[in-house]
Design a protein around this ligand. Structure first.
Ligand SMILES: *Cc1c(COP(=O)(O)O)cnc(C)c1O
Length: 384
């Protein structure tokens, strides 16, 4: 390793558009709270991009998902079928409604909910299927929509990771009754903290806006006919969002470029690593380029992450399946695919500030560190 030591982070935002200008404009015009021109502008840009009628922005992706579940009428005791392999917010949002997350195992190709296992999870109490396009690959939604409609239940997407992805030419965000996004600093576009729900259902969007603002009666201020929430986004955050959304296609293309660089360099390492797959019906947005150690590679994933970190490369373990977390333990059933992927996969640095040279450095070290750890474990094996 003759190269200079680097420090490459797993994610970082790219703020190279009108972000500073629009934020300054909020400060100069004194519109820094949750009223102001950028909020509606950001909402219409998102709706247009996703090809739907409405968008409702919120203060983060978790509140966006919670708001969508509440507005869809998810109530205490209802069951929501969802993949176990997701970020914990997916389950938490259902729990906030008093609903019960019912976890389903993943399929091994795109790490999404396994369509074949969904019907086993449906009971008379099931109100919705909540799909998650993991790491930017869209979910094969048609067969799931068919199951939902046959059982008379809703289909909702937690699309936090897949802004910019498409399914059969349709943008993620237009595939379900409503879909939520996150604009946390590591997501495809960011507002610092932020979220949105997109939908083609105008009445549903109206209801979300009502609940987002403490359910105040539109004709009588300080009168609240229901329990609402303060989930509003600030004009400052929306100003950043507008600037990001103006360059949304560029932000998505940068990630696709990074993914292409990874594929070029890791192609030769496929005896060691499962690279991300992309279905013929999918346009992947590569939120996080994710690799999984092949079963014959006998190294400790945690050791590998540590070794990469020593070499200046920050990575993340794939999400731990939610069914194993303390608040959600207890559901019967096996989740072998999710468990397997989760214990052997990592997210590589994926963001628009990476250069081709960075990706070179990462890939070289990725493969070298696996070989180093393999050699070490063989040596220790002999010594024992
Ligand atoms: C990021 C993310 C969220 C929540 O987003 P926050 O903005 O961090 O609240 C929800 N679901 C999934 C799958 C995510 O990746």
């Amino acid at each position: 390793m003759s190269r200079l030591h680097r420090s490459i982070c797993v994610a970082q935002p790219v703020l190279d558009g009108n972000e500073a200008k629009y934020v300054m404009n909020c400060l100069e015009e004194n519109w820094i709270s949750s009223k102001g021109k950028y909020i509606e502008r950001f909402e219409s840009m998102l709706a247009e991009y996703c090809g739907v009628s409405d968008a409702v922005v919120t203060n983060n992706g978790t509140t966006a998902l919670h708001l969508s579940l509440v507005a869809c009428g998810i109530q205490p005791g209802d069951e929501v079928v969802m993949p176990t392999l997701s970020y914990v917010a997916t389950a938490n949002a259902a729990r906030y409604c008093g609903a019960i997350p019912v976890f389903v195992d993943s399929e091994p190709n795109f790490y999404a909910i396994d369509v074949e296992k969904i019907e086993d999870a449906i009971t008379p109490r099931t109100k919705a299927i909540l799909t998650v396009p993991l790491y930017g690959h869209p979910v094969d939604i048609d067969p799931i929509a068919e199951i939902a409609s046959r059982h008379g239940i809703m289909l909702i997407e937690d699309a936090a990771e897949a802004l910019g992805a498409s399914y059969k030419g349709r943008r993620v965000g237009s595939l379900a009754k409503c879909s939520s996004f996150s604009f946390f600093g590591n997501k495809t576009i960011t507002t610092g903290e932020g979220g949105a729900i997109v939908t083609n259902d105008k009445a549903l969007a109206q209801r979300m806006k009502f609940l987002r603002g403490q359910a105040v009666d539109p004709n009588k201020s300080y009168w609240h006919p229901e329990v609402g929430f303060n989930y509003r986004m600030t004009n400052i955050a929306a100003a950043i969002g507008v600037a990001q959304a103006e360059r949304l296609e560029i932000h998505v293309q940068r990630r696709r470029q990074v993914a292409k660089w990874y594929f070029d360099r890791l192609w030769a390492g496929q005896d060691l690593l499962q690279l991300p797959r992309s279905a013929s019906w999918a346009e992947h947005s590569y939120w996080m380029y994710t690799v999984v150690l092949k079963t014959q590679v006998n190294i400790d994933r945690e050791e590998w992450i540590k070794e990469l970190s020593v070499r200046g490369i920050e990575t993340r373990p794939i999400f731990y399946p939610i069914h194993g977390m303390p608040p959600y333990r207890g559901q019967k059933g096996q989740f072998p695919v999710a468990d397997q992927i989760s214990s052997r996969g990592i997210n590589l640095p994926t963001h628009g500030m990476l250069s081709e040279d960075d990706v070179d450095y990462i890939c070289e070290n990725l493969l070298a560190s696996i070989k180093m750890l393999q050699t070490r474990s063989r040596y220790i094996g002999r010594a024992a």
